[in-house]
Write a protein that binds this ligand. Structure first.
Ligand SMILES: [Zn+2]
Length: 255
């Protein structure tokens, strides 16, 4: 069993955990999970995220509006979320970003909210947790404009884009996708990444690694993700987990 797992991206507020959340989160540390950052996606999920952080010592959180959750009330919601970011266990603004895979929120609206939240993060001196799905160019351009600290979560870009992100001083989050059968790009990125730029994550309840693909994901499954990353890097798995934890401490200012 591995120790010191830091899951930098989870959604334990999701309804898929409603049935057994407390029991599960009480026991998770027994499988080597030491820290979790739960990411809010809209006002309700940010509120739920804070209550989870209040109940479990090893939880921290990121608060923000996800690009696919933007609606007519989002301006008012964002004002409330900004206030909530002063919560002592809030370590980042997120998850925020762009999702061009789905088209239920128009691009201009997504861009507008991403900018507003980037601006806020820089002002509040908080790192960002960024969601970029099929929107690499626009994401990169806005990151270059605002220069926040932060991480590109569930990174799906090429090594070339990873290099640009690292040049900005940001981090790359890798999760279950590195274990998927057709994971060519994420594995190239996993192999290339400097040791001090890699964060581990699940995006649970989604993105469970092989052999649990399609099932509900939990933070202890970072073990399989880390083994795959260690394999392509020709490194020791526990060492990958340990340095990723150090990286998370540095980025999110946790000690
Ligand atoms: Zn997420």
């Amino acid at each position: 069993m591995y120790k010191h797992i830091f899951d930098t991206h989870a959604h334990y507020d999701d309804i898929k955990f409603d049935e057994d959340r407390d029991e599960l989160l009480k026991n998770l540390p027994e499988s080597g999970v030491e820290f979790v950052i739960n990411c809010g996606c809209d006002l309700r999920s940010c509120e739920k995220t804070i209550s989870i952080c209040d109940s479990f010592d090893y939880f921290y959180c990121a608060l923000g509006i996800h690009p696919s959750e933007i609606n007519d009330n989002s301006d008012a919601e964002l004002e409330k979320i900004k206030e909530m970011c002063s919560y002592q266990k809030c370590v980042a603004v997120g998850e925020i970003g762009l999702d061009y895979h789905y088209d239920f929120v128009p691009k201009d609206k997504q861009l507008d909210f991403f900018e507003k939240q980037l601006q806020f993060a820089v002002e509040a001196k908080l790192p960002v947790i960024v969601h970029d799905r099929e929107a690499h160019e626009d994401t990169l351009n806005l990151l270059k404009k605002y220069r926040p600290e932060g991480v590109l979560h569930c990174f799906s870009g090429s090594v070339e884009i990873a290099k640009e992100i690292i040049k900005l001083g940001m981090y790359i989050g890798l999760g279950g996708a590195v274990t998927f059968k057709n994971a060519r790009k994420p594995l190239e990125v996993a192999k290339y990444l400097p040791e001090d730029r890699l964060l581990l994550e699940t995006d649970c309840p989604y993105m469970a690694p092989v052999p649990f693909r399609g099932k509900r994901c939990t933070s202890d499954m970072i073990a399989m993700t880390s083994e795959k990353i260690a394999e392509v890097r020709n490194a020791d798995t526990q060492q990958v987990i340990d340095s990723a934890k150090e990286n998370a401490f540095r980025l999110f200012n946790i000690r």
